[in-house]
Design a protein around this ligand. Structure first.
Ligand code: DAH
Length: 339
């Protein structure tokens, strides 16, 4: 029996060295130490021994079992630390390798120019207000002195939700909403999307952006309008930027003007960029029509003011020399990454 125990111990220890798998280790434990295992098998035969032999044999059997248990747990921790080593090795980081540059986004050119415009106006004490893109006929046209059959509506066909609800064609609607809510002095700009039923080409899109401006106070003049716009253009395009006001007609301003900027490619000489005109049209503006003021409850005998509407696409294209409006909407990274 002694020999049997010795040989069990030897076999077990030799076998253990070869095992490197958790499942096989468990099989090993069952085989040697389990209820039906080899050691238990020996203990069951103890009955055959004499009363004198039994205690020594019992002790030996317990020692062999304890030794195998110790060897087993030693093997278990050996395997665990080997696995840990492998894991650490796999996770080793070579800090001398070149890193992966994270792709950092940047503002879209339209957003970048809008942010600059907003900064200029905030610096002059303007507030930024927003108005709805889904608008009523009243705010988009009627309150701006464009009754239902006014011919000025023809140039601003849009998308109708019902007879009286539509996608706004101009941010001028926000002038009315603002004058209804705020008392003079008023100094606001209102950037946002506008819509027109236009076919897409290099200078047209059914969705584009405007920045509306409105100033109402006592004694506001056309000179204030010109000074304000001149400052904006110098900030956007540099100190050599020059603007001119050309007489025009808008139903909601009197007098009205279109504002051109001197072509900074040819400085007024005429070139292909300005279609040989020397000037580039930038925006519409004027002194707010007395009828519009009155309609909003502002007394035109006490207050006066100016308004303007800038096309964000146009000033962005001018700033970066972009010759096709579609580039601004196509989200082509090769284009956008240049800004
Ligand atoms: N709403 C005009 C347009 O979409 C632009 C404009 C002209 C705005 C004159 C104004 C203005 O505020 O006074 O073409």
């Amino acid at each position: 029996m002694k020999e049997q125990l010795r040989s069990i111990e030897e076999r077990a220890k030799a076998e253990l060295k070869e095992i490197s798998d958790a499942k096989v280790l468990e099989e090993f434990r069952v085989k040697y130490l389990g209820k039906k295992g080899e050691i238990t098998g020996i203990l069951k035969q103890m009955g055959k021994l004499s009363a004198e032999e039994r205690p020594a044999m019992g002790q030996l059997a317990n020692k062999v079992r304890a030794d195998i248990e110790t060897a087993l747990s030693a093997r278990v921790s050996e395997l665990k630390s080997a696995a840990e080593q492998v894991r650490l090795k796999n996770e080793t980081l070579d800090v001398t390798l070149p890193g992966k540059a994270p792709a950092i986004g940047r503002p879209h050119p339209l957003d970048a120019v809008l942010a600059d415009v907003e900064e200029v106006f905030l610096g002059m004490g303007f507030e930024i207000v927003e108005g709805p893109e889904v608008e009523t006929d009243h705010y988009c046209f009627e309150a701006l002195n464009m009754p239902p059959h006014h011919p000025a509506r023809d140039t601003q066909d849009t998308f109708y939700i019902s007879d009286s609800v539509l996608l706004r064609t101009q941010t001028s609607s926000v002038q009315i909403r603002t004058m209804e809510k705020m008392k003079p002095p008023i100094r606001i700009i209102s950037p946002g999307r506008v819509y027109r039923s236009d076919a897409v080409d290099a200078t047209h899109s059914p969705l584009f952006h405007q920045i509306e401006g409105l100033v109402i106070d006592k004694g506001v003049t056309m000179g204030d309008l010109k000074g304000t716009l001149e400052l904006l253009m110098k900030r956007l395009y540099g100190d050599e930027a020059k603007i001119r006001l050309r007489p025009h007609h808008f139903p909601y301003t009197e007098p009205s003007a279109e504002v051109d900027m001197m072509c900074f490619n040819c400085h007024g000489e005429g070139c292909s960029m300005c279609k040989q005109e020397g000037w580039v049209e930038l925006l519409g503006a004027g002194m707010v029509h007395p009828k519009v003021l009155e309609g909003c409850g502002i007394d035109p005998n006490v207050y006066s003011g100016f308004a303007f509407g800038i096309g964000l696409e146009r000033i962005t294209m001018g700033r970066y020399n972009i010759n096709d409006m579609r580039l601004l909407y196509e989200n082509d990274m090769r284009f956008l990454e240049q800004f």
